[in-house]
Design a protein around this ligand. Sequence first.
Ligand SMILES: Cc1cc2nc3c(=O)[nH]c(=O)nc-3n(C[C@H](O)[C@H](O)[C@H](O)COP(=O)(O)OP(=O)(O)OC[C@H]3O[C@@H](n4cnc5c(N)ncnc54)[C@H](O)[C@@H]3O)c2cc1C
Length: 488
Amino acid sequence: MTAPSGGGGAGHGHAVVLGASVAGLLAARVLAEHVGQVTVLDRDDVTPAAAAGARGGAAQGRHLHALMERGRQILDELYPDFTAKIAADGVPTAETLVGTRWYFDGARVTPVPTGLTSVLASRPALEAALRAATLGHDRIRLLPGLRAVGLVRGSGSTRAAGAAQGTGAAWSAETVRSAGPVRSAGPVARDGVVGVRVEPPAGDAPARTIEADLVVDATGRGSRASEWLADLGFDVPREETVGVDLAYASRTYRRRPTDLGGDLGVIISTLPGRRGGGAVAQEGDRWIVTLAGMLGDHPPVDAPGYERFAASLPALDIHRLIQDAEPLDDPVRYRFRASRRLRYDLLRTPAAGFVAIGDALCTLNPLYAQGMTVAAQQALELRACLCSGGLDDLAARYFTAAARPTSRAWSIATDSDLRYREVEGRRGPRTRITNAYIPRVQAATRSDPVLARNLLRVVNLVEPPSVLLTPAAVLRTARHTLTRRGQS
Ligand SMILES: Cc1cc2nc3c(=O)[nH]c(=O)nc-3n(C[C@H](O)[C@H](O)[C@H](O)COP(=O)(O)OP(=O)(O)OC[C@H]3O[C@@H](n4cnc5c(N)ncnc54)[C@H](O)[C@@H]3O)c2cc1C
């Protein structure tokens, strides 16, 4: 077994990661550089054979997943040559604005090189590649088919060691089911989270305890960690939500090289209307086609209704494509009601020994395709905190650090959603100015290559939004706005 890059020094202790999806795998990857043993568990059977397609615990896998450039860069940093390897395995890649088409308000963004690479993998393919690369690390063990049902609070008097602390014993789901609670083997010096309660998903065996120096919640948008923390008497994070009542309907089609004029994708923005969609080439000569509707204007999942919805989008590329292409399955729906953020970063005393990552920390409106990238950014923050101070006082340091990329993405997503007057939320001066200005930038991208490049780089989280606010950018935008007014 080989360690991915950065897998280095002798680590101590045991970390348990709840959830073996994108965020959990990234957390495990960075933890393995610093702790002696990382156990990743998931309620789904995420062994390679079983998890080949979309699965119950990650039902969003049936829908279009775009990996933003910043996320791709981080994957390449944590797993050298990730992009090259997944491309060699048959995943298409494209220069973002050249090989794929983008539309804002029905007008195509001028196709200009952006320096961005789109990795056009299906979500299950991306997750499988990430899982294989992560589990190649010899300090990381997977326990599939185990559901976390609660946390364990340290008594301050006894401390666990034993198998869960990395004695080298092989940990299988069967071992956990049959071994009973791991026994305490030494004095406990701290209060905080010291373990997790697990049971098989069918609930056909009693819950067991896995003890840990750190528990990482990566159980996604359905995380119940707040309840678990409250049950144990810890402070609970405040929850912020922005309701959007969005639904996706997705279907796959056979892809021929001549489809879409040889381009590998088309993205039609929902804004300023409610309807949008994307069609993207994937491994296995398929198109994934996702139609999206905000604020209750949901795409139907019957075939005629699905095609009618595609015909109603502000650009017709997707409709033309699906009229010609052979469907491979029926449309499936995913309903997403609200973006949600848990403000662990604002807690005065977060529970020691516990952190959260990915959707368990912040679930973002999927229209902006940020979730996997933000999870990767949070993983880098976790890594930096482990490098600077190890496990000591990790929770407080990590939640503060992770709030930086999380807040940036949250602002981009929620400010955009607050353009709809039906969306409830506070519209401060920043939101109002952004929502007056950005539509003008979007309009200018149909003819201005510099603004097109910069806007796509902001959307891909490789540049801060401030690049669109430089005097030169504002001037370009104003010039375009005045020219359009003069023409109308
Ligand atoms: C429809 C849709 C489309 C999306 N499109 C994009 C996109 O284009 N680009 C993008 O970057 N992001 C997108 N996202 C977001 C993206 O899916 C997530 O942000 C990303 O997968 C990170 O999720 P996660 O690992 O935190 O959680 P998840 O992927 O939800 O995984 C949670 C894991 O925890 C496991 N689990 C849950 N509860 C328990 C438990 N009690 N015990 C043990 N295991 C448990 C589950 O089985 C699952 O494996 C989309 C989301 C949705 C819903």
